[in-house]
Write a protein that binds this ligand. Sequence first.
Ligand SMILES: Cc1ncc(COP(=O)(O)O)c(C=O)c1O
Length: 452
Amino acid sequence: MQIENATVDSTLLEHMFLDFMQMKEFANDPVVMKRASGVWYEDINGKKYIDGISGVFTVNIGHGNRRVIDAMKAQLEEITFAPPLHSTNVRAIELTKLVSALTPGDLHTMKYFSGGSEATEAAMKLARQYHKQTGNPGKYKVISRYESYHGATLGALAASGVARRKTSFEPFGAGYVKVFPPTCYRCPYGLQYPECGVLCAAIIEKVIKQEDPSTVAALIVEPIGNTGGIITPPEEYFHILREICDKYNVLLIHDEIITGFGRTGEMFGSQTFHTTPDIICMGKGMSSGYSPVGAIAISDRIASAFYGKAEENKQFNHGHTFGGNPLSAAAAIAAISEIKERGLPEKGKRAGERIWHRVEEMKDTGVIGDIRGKGLLVGVEFVKDPKTKEQFPDDTRFGLRVGKSALKRGLVLRNDPHWVAFAPPLIISDSEVDMMMDIFADSVKEAVASVV
Ligand SMILES: Cc1ncc(COP(=O)(O)O)c(C=O)c1O
């Protein structure tokens, strides 16, 4: 990659808000990317970074993919916007054929959006409308989990369970109920798997009963929860959820905005856990970030409640200007075809195993508490004492120290005060994994040295 040297007028950064970012701090030492190719970024100063989290769990096929670029160029010449209130377009129909053949079970009906928050909002709205028009108008509550993140818009945030992202905007609308997530390493009930009987799943039946089943519309969960630190449940968890939802006519929504499109070793996280929800929410990796796109895939049973005569007014009363946009659809078709035809979920899984192995080898640092995840989504929880699982004090921000050191050394990681996550593009080579893990090892060493 060839780029010219450039500097940034940092006063302009005073007029930008980046995501969840303190701009004053950022402006002191800004990172401004200029180009990207494969698993590599290059910033305006020519510094290179390994993309250890696919942008933000998005660029699953890697940067600069020729097939996607060519498909988008061709689409630009053909049509870039079709009137959404009057028509659909050829690419959106082709995308429906492609995705509905890849989803588990009978999730054959698609609705498109421009991102993940729109998808989760729509899934919850669809659940409410479904119950209204199938004789259960009192079902409106949504059960979700603490430590989850379902998006930044008000409904999606109300269903999310991360206090630091929510409290500035409270109060939210009524009808959002939370349960504890399956954080086995730090079980909220102080139990041990498998003797626990997967209480974190079983207890949802009790919650539904306490809330009154005639008021509960949906349960929304991520197959693997990112914001809580790559929360990875045992497989029975999802089977129990499925049974409970069927018993109480509660729609099971899987938020696969991170886990979809190859991240967990299969096309969808639902397949990795051998389960079929009623609705899957998609975003991020659907177009690998080449154009904004999101979607929900809906089961035949649920979708059929939305077909009827015009006067019955059964259509899904929901829409966004950019849903099913032909340019985004063209990008998504090309990106998903790359994942499917090149066997990227399987390739990613092997890279994930290599990362896992390298982290195992770092246990002598004395700060590796837990390694978890599936496929090429690997979380590492840091602890002060692996035997007792004692955490570093919150204000030590150990994981953030590791993340900062990694960024300085040219590695972009997802980091949190107590953990970091790896989710590089599925195309990452063995030697690139090794380079990434060398940087990580040095970063952990630096963080350890800084706290002793
Ligand atoms: C699991 C999950 N759901 C929903 C969203 C919201 O997606 P978006 O940022 O595209 O609106 C995110 C974003 O990070 C996410 O990780």
